[in-house]
Design a protein around this ligand. Structure first.
Ligand code: PAF
Length: 522
């Protein structure tokens, strides 16, 4: 692992990576932090490690985001333990600049006194929640994050859902300034008491930590009422306050219900709300939040090739009365559209144009286990997308970044309503990281090879030896796990089912009962 303290050294390193021996572009993951790393950060590092060839962690206590009476001087700085944690997590580079190196040459404690071009997020997003008491904070965050993104130019950057306002502002910044990076949000990590992990928890004494657990308990009270049908923000906020009042040492700063993307305050929650709070415990300021979502559950099934994902997903959807969101059919529909249009399959630019404008509709067929019905731009293509021509071109199209990005966007729109079963390789980690039930369906290479051989036999196609089949699968697994676009990933909160020796019906039953236990009965 390398440690750089200067922009020049970091740039030099990044240039050497881009011009690597094989000249293959490598995915770079950036995890911006202020150090004092804890298990919450670790999930960001792990996620970045899974998804990228190069992982860079920045550690910088950014003076721009601290107000004059805040804890800039006191903020924990512990480079050696941080270095060790990064090393263990397989990080490639730590970037630890000084304020001077980042252009804050007065090492400024006061935001306003730093003569530096700054990035100003929309007032509507900075005047709510923490922005009310932390004037200038999000401008400081937006400025440093923009600087880091420009410096590193990562493929992906990782942020925690705990700082939900920060996350929404960064997403908006990236969209508004057309920054070419994917923002990946990671769920809040909590202690067993429910207390959300934070570097500032170091300030709390044991008794205070215990007391601070009421923050999450209060949010959960509101969540329970929401799930039971309460839609009024005022009522939900009142429940939070009632619970917090049980711990007199907690001094509530705010509790608000806002739209998670725009941060606009909500009176009534239709689809989704971010219920967020900040409170003081002694001199320590703590924040926490919960997403309230009025949607049907999502079942995400990931796994290697040949594990039986699509058959199982279709049957699970039938059994639970959900829609099988056949992502494969979506890629096929787009391939069909491209083939109709005479655009060469290699012409990524023109393909990106038509994919961005296409509308795909999927509907469960009335007949049990018949394929999902598919329309693209109002034309039904359920049969047409199964042609040999589409089959032979679909992988090439699915490997195009713009096609993937657009179809993931469309899949996520389906996800807003929920009520879907989706299978793939990165559904539980990337497409629907907040799916209610995540399954990792797998089987030994031997078993998968046997199944593939049988499948080919049934289709009357050339028969490969079992050994050859196994070798092909090992190679395919390696490629699927290591490719930069949508690599195969097992979500840490997924349930693994090894399907060796199990029939499709047995696997389906297992998932259906997991759904009933975990999702329906909470
Ligand atoms: O979340 C943090 O630790 C900081 O706000 C960040 C994103 C590293 C910017 O300084």
């Amino acid at each position: 692992m390398l440690v750089f303290t200067t922009v020049a050294a970091l740039r030099c390193y990044l240039r050497s990576c881009q011009l690597g021996v094989d000249r293959i572009e490598q995915a770079v993951g950036l995890v911006p932090t202020m150090g004092a790393l804890h298990a919450g950060h670790l999930t960001l590092l792990e996620r970045a490690r899974q998804q990228n060839s190069i992982v860079i962690v920045s550690i910088f206590v950014n003076p721009l985001q601290f107000g004059p009476s805040e804890d800039f001087q006191k903020y924990p700085r512990q480079l050696e333990p941080d270095r060790q944690l990064c090393e263990k997590a397989g990080v490639d580079v730590i970037f630890v600049p000084t304020p001077e190196e980042m252009g804050m040459n007065n090492g400024g404690v006061f935001t306003a006194s730093v003569a530096l071009t700054q990035v100003v997020p929309p007032e509507s997003m900075t005047s709510v929640l923490c922005g009310r008491s932390r004037r200038g904070h999000f401008q400081g965050v937006a400025t440093i994050v923009t600087k880091l993104l420009n410096l590193v130019q990562p493929t992906r950057a990782y942020f925690g859902q705990k700082d939900a306002q920060q996350l929404a502002i960064i997403r908006r910044l990236v969209a508004d300034l057309n920054l070419p990076v994917e923002i990946v949000a990671c769920p809040i990590v909590r202690e067993s008491s429910g207390l959300a992990l934070s570097s500032r928890n170091q300030y709390l004494r044991a008794q205070e930590k215990e007391e601070a657990s009421v923050l999450y308990r209060s949010l959960r009270q509101a969540e329970r009422a929401f799930l039971a049908g309460e839609r009024s923000s005022a009522e939900l906020i009142a429940l939070v306050k009632l619970e917090l009042a049980k711990v007199p040492s907690i001094e509530l700063e705010y509790v608000e219900s806002v739209d998670p993307t725009t941060l606009i305050p909500l009176d009534k929650i239709e689809e989704v709300a971010l219920l967020a709070l900040a409170a003081r415990l002694g001199s320590t300021r703590l924040i926490d939040n919960i997403l309230l979502r009025n949607r049907q559950p999502i079942v995400a099934i990931d796994g290697p090739a040949g594990a039986g994902k699509s058959t199982v997903a279709r049957q699970v959807a039938q059994a639970l009365g959900l829609l099988y969101l056949d992502t494969g059919a979506m890629y096929r529909a787009v391939t069909w559209l491209v083939l109709q249009s005479d655009i060469p399959i290699e012409d990524e630019l023109s393909i990106a144009e038509i994919v961005c404008k296409c509308e795909i509709i999927l509907r469960m067929s009335d007949e049990t286990l018949a394929p999902v019905r598919v329309w693209i731009n109002s034309q039904e293509v359920t049969q047409a997308i199964r042609s040999l021509e589409v089959t032979s071109q679909v992988s090439a199209l699915a490997a195009q970044l713009s096609v993937r990005q657009e179809l993931v966007k469309q899949q996520q729109l389906w996800g807003e309503k929920g009520g879907i079963v989706v299978e793939g390789r990165d559904i539980g980690t990337h497409v629907f990281p907040d799916a209610e039930l995540k399954i990792f369906l797998t089987a030994s290479v031997q078993e998968r090879a046997k199944r593939r051989q049988q499948e080919l036999k049934n289709q009357g196609e050339a028969n490969l030896s079992l050994e050859q089949m196994q070798q092909n699968l090992v190679l395919r697994d390696w490629k699927d796990t290591n490719r930069d676009i949508a690599p195969l990933q097992k979500a840490p909160d997924s349930i693994e089912i090894l399907t060796d020796g199990l029939t499709i019906a047995e696997v389906t039953d297992r998932i259906v009962s997991l759904y009933r236990e975990k999702v329906e009965q909470g």
